[in-house]
Design a protein. Structure first.
Lengths: 580, 87
C-alpha cells in the first residue's frame, strides 16, 4: 500500500519539476522577446533593413562641349573599368595569367596591384578598357573580377581644338581649358535613391528618391570649328615651313568679342595623352607673354592723334635714321627722312614712333595703352591667363618712354593684342573677349575716339596695300594690319638671332568683321620678318573664314559680271543642254 | 443587432481595402519593372546616340573631308578668277 502511495507522490513531484522547468523556459523566452522588442528594436531594425535596403548613387552625365554651330568638341561615352575583390580574386590564382594576357599586362604586375591590398573590398585593376577588352573580361567571368561603368571623354576635334577645350582626368574632372573653367556647369550633380535589392543584387523596388540628379549642362563655345581647323592647318604649316619653335593664332568676331578660333602649335591629342609634355599643353595664346614690337605702333599713333597735336598728315623728321636716348640708340632699317604719320605706320619707323611718343605726356600714352586693355585680363575665362606688363608712367625712364612707342618694355598675350586691335576695328570700343557663344551685347568702354580708330584703320590698310604687310592681302577684300618682328629678350639682353614674327590684322578694312593675330616664335628658316612669316598665315586663314562666314567681298576681283551677262550665259547653257 | 451589422460592414470594407492594397501593390511592382526597363532602354539609346555622334564627328573630321574632296573627288578650291559675284 505504502509503496503505491510513494509512487504517486513521486509522480506528482516529477510533474511539478517538469512544469516548473517548462514555465521557467517559457518565461525566459517571453522575457527575451520583450527585451528585443523594447530595448534593441532600433538597432535590429537597422540591421534588418541593411540586408536589403540600399542607397544607390545615380551619376550625372557630364555635359557636352559644342562649337557655335552645335558640332561636338567633347562628348562623354560610357566605358568599362575592371575591378577586383582581392579576397576572392586570390582564390583563382591559376587563372591570373589568362587575365593578365587579356589586359596586356603581366602576372607580376597583377600581384603588385592586388596582394598589398588584400584587406580591401574594391581595387581597380584597369580603368577605361576598350570595348573588346571589356567584352573578353566579361566572357572570362572570373571570380572576384567585376566591371563597372564609367564615363570617358572623347574629343572629336582632337589636336585642332585641344588647348581651348582642354581635357578631364580619369575621374571625369576638368583639368585644362574649358573643361576646367566650366567644370561646375559641365559636371552636374549626382542624385541618389533608396532601393530594395534581392539576394543577387538586382533592384526589386524603388523606395524613395533621396536627391534628384542634375545632369551636366552643355557648354556652347564661341569657336567655329571650321575656322578653327583652317587656322590650325595654316599655323601648323607655317611653323613647319619656318622650323619655328611654336606659334599661336587668335581670330575674333569684331562685334561680339567672341573668339572664333584660338590655336597653338605645338599641340597634343587629348584622346591619347600617354606621352604628353607640359610644353605641349600650354595654351600659349593665353598664357605666354611677349613684347609686341611694331604691332604696338598704331596705338602710339592713336595717342598722338588723340592729343590733338597731330594730324595724319603731320610730318616728323626721322633722318639720319637713328637717334640717341641717353646712351641707347634707336634705329630704323634705313634713313626715311621726312615721314608723315601715315608713313610711320606704313614703313614701320621706330625713330618716328619714338619721337612722337617722347613729344607726348607719359600719362597720355599710358592712359591710352591702358584703355586698350594692355596689362589687364581679357575676361575670356580661359585658365592660366597672364596679365601682361605695362609699367605705370610715373616710374618710366626716358628710354622706356621711347621704346614703348614701338613695343619694347611691355609684354602682352596674343589674346590681349587681339582685343586691342578689336578696339581699332569696331570704332574705338574695348570689350571683353568671350569663349562661349553669347547673344547679349558685351559691356564696352571707350578706348579711343571713333574718328581716331577710323584714321588708324586707313593707315593699317595702306600698310598692307603698300607697306610691310603686303603678304596679308586677301583677293577681293580690303585688309588692314600691321606686321611686327621682335628680338626676343633673354637673360643677357636682346638676342640678335632669335625673333618673334607677328601680324595683327582685320578684314574687311572698311567695316571690319574679323580681327586676327598671328604669332610665330623663333622662325629659323625662310626669313623671320613678320611680313614674310606671319602675314601669309593671316591671308590664307582669312580667305577661308570670309567664305565660311559669307562676308561679301568689298573689292573688285576677277572679272566683274553684271546680271544681264550672267542670265545670257545661263540661257545659252540651257539651250545647249536641250540640243540632242 | 445594429452593432453586429456595423461590424460586418466594417469587416467587409476592411477586406475590400486589403484586396485593393494588394492589387495596387502589384500594379506598382509591374509599373516599376516597366519603368526600370524604360530607363535601361533610355540608357542604351543615350549610349548609342553618343557613339553615333562620335562616329559622325570622326567621319566628318575636316582633315578627312579635305582629303576625300581633293584626292578621291578631285575637287579644288576656286581661285578668285573663277568666282562670280551675284549682287
Amino acid at each position: 500500500m505504502s509503496s503505491r502511495s510513494d509512487a504517486r507522490r513521486e509522480l506528482r513531484l516529477r510533474r511539478r519539476i517538469i512544469v516548473t522547468i517548462f514555465v521557467g523556459a517559457a518565461s525566459v523566452l517571453a522575457w527575451r522577446a520583450i527585451d528585443i522588442q523594447l530595448h534593441d528594436r532600433e538597432f535590429l531594425q537597422n540591421h534588418g533593413d541593411a540586408r536589403y535596403l540600399r542607397v544607390e548613387r545615380i551619376d550625372a552625365n557630364r555635359g557636352m562641349i559644342l562649337d557655335r554651330n552645335g558640332e561636338p568638341l567633347a562628348i562623354s561615352a560610357p566605358i568599362h573599368s575592371a575591378w577586383v575583390s582581392p579576397d576572392q580574386f586570390v582564390q583563382v590564382r591559376s587563372q591570373w595569367p589568362v587575365l593578365a594576357e587579356l589586359l596586356g599586362t603581366t602576372v607580376a604586375h597583377l600581384e603588385t596591384q592586388v596582394l598589398p591590398r588584400l584587406d580591401r573590398k574594391f581595387v581597380y585593376l584597369r580603368r577605361h578598357l576598350t570595348p573588346d577588352e571589356s567584352e573578353a573580361v566579361h566572357r572570362l567571368n572570373l571570380r572576384g573580377v567585376g566591371l563597372i561603368e564609367e564615363n570617358r571623354r572623347y574629343y572629336p576635334a582632337a589636336e585642332v581644338a585641344a588647348h581651348v577645350v582642354g581635357f578631364t582626368n580619369v575621374d571625369d574632372q576638368g583639368q585644362e581649358g574649358v573643361e576646367l573653367a566650366f567644370d561646375q556647369a559641365l559636371r552636374g550633380e549626382p542624385g541618389s535613391r533608396r532601393v530594395i535589392k534581392d539576394r543577387l543584387g538586382r533592384i526589386v523596388e524603388d523606395v524613395e528618391r533621396l536627391r534628384a540628379t542634375r545632369p551636366g549642362r552643355d557648354v556652347v563655345l564661341s569657336i567655329d570649328k571650321r575656322i578653327q581647323y583652317a587656322a590650325y592647318r595654316e599655323l601648323k604649316a607655317a611653323v613647319q615651313r619656318h622650323q619655328a619653335r611654336a606659334g599661336s593664332m587668335v581670330v575674333l568676331d569684331v562685334q561680339s568679342g567672341e573668339i572664333l578660333a584660338l590655336v597653338n602649335r605645338p599641340s597634343f591629342n587629348p584622346n591619347n595623352r600617354s606621352d604628353l609634355k607640359g610644353e605641349h599643353y600650354r595654351n600659349r595664346a593665353v598664357t605666354d607673354l611677349f613684347e609686341p614690337g611694331s604691332t604696338i605702333k598704331p596705338f602710339t599713333i592713336a595717342a598722338a592723334l588723340e592729343s590733338g597735336r597731330y594730324l595724319p598728315e603731320s610730318r616728323i623728321d626721322t633722318s639720319p635714321g637713328y637717334f640717341k636716348v641717353g646712351k641707347h640708340l634707336i634705329r630704323d632699317v634705313r634713313n626715311y627722312h621726312q615721314l608723315d604719320i601715315v608713313a610711320i605706320v606704313v614703313k614701320s619707323s621706330n625713330v618716328g614712333a619714338s619721337k612722337l611718343a617722347l613729344s607726348l605726356e607719359p600719362e597720355l600714352l599710358w592712359r591710352l595703352f591702358r584703355a586698350c586693355g594692355f596689362g589687364s585680363l581679357t575676361e575670356a575665362l580661359l585658365p592660366g591667363e597672364a596679365y601682361g606688363r605695362l609699367n605705370e608712367y610715373r616710374n618710366w625712364r626716358e628710354i622706356e618712354h621711347a621704346t614703348l612707342a614701338f613695343g619694347y618694355g611691355m609684354s602682352v598675350t596674343a589674346t590681349q593684342l587681339a582685343r586691342a586691335y578689336m578696339a581699332i576695328a569696331n570704332g574705338g570700343w574695348l570689350q571683353p573677349l568671350s569663349i562661349v557663344r553669347s547673344d547679349v551685347p558685351p559691356q564696352r568702354r571707350r578706348a579711343m575716339h571713333s574718328t581716331t580708330a577710323r584714321e588708324i584703320r586707313k593707315m593699317l590698310e595702306r600698310a598692307v596695300a603698300h607697306g610691310t604687310g603686303h603678304a596679308a592681302a586677301v583677293p577681293g577684300y580690303s585688309v588692314a594690319g600691321k606686321t611686327g618682328t621682335v628680338h626676343k629678350s633673354t637673360v643677357s639682353g636682346y638676342a640678335e638671332d632669335r625673333y618673334l614674327s607677328l601680324f595683327a590684322g582685320m578684314i574687311p578694312a572698311n567695316r571690319p568683321r574679323l580681327v586676327a593675330i598671328v604669332v610665330i616664335d623663333e622662325p629659323k628658316s625662310g626669313g623671320y620678318f613678320g611680313g614674310r612669316v606671319a602675314a601669309p598665315v593671316f591671308a590664307s586663314v582669312m580667305r577661308e573664314a570670309t567664305r565660311i562666314l559669307n562676308i561679301p567681298p568689298d573689292q573688285p576681283a576677277g572679272e566683274p559680271m553684271d546680271e544681264m551677262k550672267l542670265m545670257a550665259r545661263f540661257e545659252s547653257a540651257r539651250i545647249a543642254e536641250r540640243r540632242p | 443587432m445594429k452593432s453586429v451589422i456595423t461590424i460586418i460592414v466594417a469587416a467587409g470594407l476592411a477586406f475590400a481595402s486589403a484586396v485593393e492594397l494588394v492589387v495596387y501593390r502589384h500594379d506598382s511592382r509591374k509599373l516599376f519593372v516597366e519603368l526600370q526597363d524604360l530607363r535601361e532602354t533610355k540608357q542604351d539609346l543615350d549610349r548609342e546616340w553618343g557613339q553615333l555622334l562620335l562616329e559622325q564627328a570622326t567621319w566628318g573630321t575636316h582633315i578627312r573631308v579635305e582629303k576625300v574632296a581633293s584626292e578621291k573627288l578631285e575637287m579644288i578650291a576656286p581661285v578668285t578668277r573663277q568666282v562670280m559675284e551675284l549682287r
